[in-house]
Design a protein around this ligand. Sequence first.
Ligand SMILES: [Zn+2]
Length: 256
Amino acid sequence: MKPAKPYKIYIMQYAARDTHTSQILLGDLHRLPVGMAYYMWALSNGEHTVVVDMGFTEEVCKMRERSWVADPAARLDAVGIDPAKVEHVIVTHMHWDHVGNYALFPNATFYVQEDEMAFWTGPYAKYQVFQRSMEIDDVVALVRHNYGGRIGFCQGTEGIVPGIRVHRVSGHTKGMQIVEVATASGTAVVASDASHYYRNYQEHTPFTTLHGIPGFLDGFELVRRLASREELILPGHDPQVLQRHPLHCEGVAVLE
Ligand SMILES: [Zn+2]
């Protein structure tokens, strides 16, 4: 099989918040101030376009008191992507900050791990400790999309298009998945919330919202094993990502 044309990865920030280290590193007692960035990612090689996660809406942003940076649709426009034409959207997990803008993608299939959908529609969904990471309308929307034949269920490792694969890692959520991407620099990994910050995988320390510690630790190992180099790992919420990669335009960095 001929190798896939290398992808560019656009890292698009659409929101922010201020938090502290005890929120982002399990067991940290220092409470040092730290910023949090909210990203979506777009993978494009001229033949295929895949969007990874959808971000939340401005309405939910206000309700949850985050700082709105830019409209996700405007970010996609800035990298030349018309969301109405996007056919593939990978959902790394179903937390509220990753699945809000499904309405932007009327023609997409949403790729989600079977475990993830099962968990958020199963017996543990009744508990507040899990519900606070969710917007029920987003869950219902994805269930509706399933009835409409628009969910691509993944089990473990699956190819989405040539050069892009997902891998289930669990840890942060039951069916958390990461995205392996062939770029001109080597294999890159969109870790999303398998490692919110560089420090999570570097220090083998999970984020504080979690499904299970062993799954998180295994996920860190897999992220590092898949990526050709550490510079090709993209954490889910670290503001430093936009400083470590060249800017494509304001609020959007590119890895190629
Ligand atoms: Zn997140």
